[in-house]
Design a protein around this ligand. Sequence first.
Ligand SMILES: [Zn+2]
Length: 279
Amino acid sequence: MIVTRFAPSPTGYLHLGHAFSALFAWRRAREVGGRFLLRLEDIDPTRCRPEYAAAILEDLAWLGLDWDGELRIQSQHLADYRAALDQLAARDLLFPCFCTRADIQRSAAAPHTPDGSPLYPGTCRKLTATERAARIAAGIPHAQRLDMQRALACVSTRLTFEEDAEGSLSCYPERFGDVVLARKDAPASYHLCVTHDDALQGVTLVTRGADLKRATDLHRLLQSLMHWPAPRYAHHGLLTDDTGRRLAKRDSAATLRGLREAGQTPEQVRALIAAVRTN
Ligand SMILES: [Zn+2]
């Protein structure tokens, strides 16, 4: 049984790129009688808004996508992510990081991680238990980072993942360094929540844009550490406009809402998505 999912963040209206991704996952499930799940990744209180969550459900229904089972809303399950973090902490795989963004930028002549953030120089990893306790007691806000070296030591072999049409690919999670798993301003990171939920919901085929392909290296590490099953992956190209530029949120004309208000039917929008280019 194939189980796929679409997992948008309610930070704006769905645009054609989202619709392409949703249809991709929906079709992969529906063409073999599998299940298609919907999840809202809304744990970032600084960016997500309830009105966008409602709009996502409405726009998907308008487009004709039906989903199975209950909608999962991540902000309603924070205790789940806390429990996963606690398990990692109990194995001494996390450490508190008190650095500000500016601290890290300053010390980062270093390379960047595959998701574009500066590679963490390891500053707070070197703090003693007493220093950590004192800073926490003083109320200094902190994130929680994965101790990458310790995490890698828990994994005996080079991890791989199964990519559709490509086969087995090797993972290099060390490129992410001591990645943040719980932010100062959000209870858990995207990487932790997405792998947790894919495991919990029994997703067997993770479909998403190629911009997230390298994150899979890190996701496989988290799955291995947490003893979660490894799904298969199918990363698809990203939609571009006529000039080959990637579609982004700022292109308001390309939102499903905008197209609908301009008088397009769901059939026309689906035809438009089938005809667009990806790279
Ligand atoms: Zn730090």
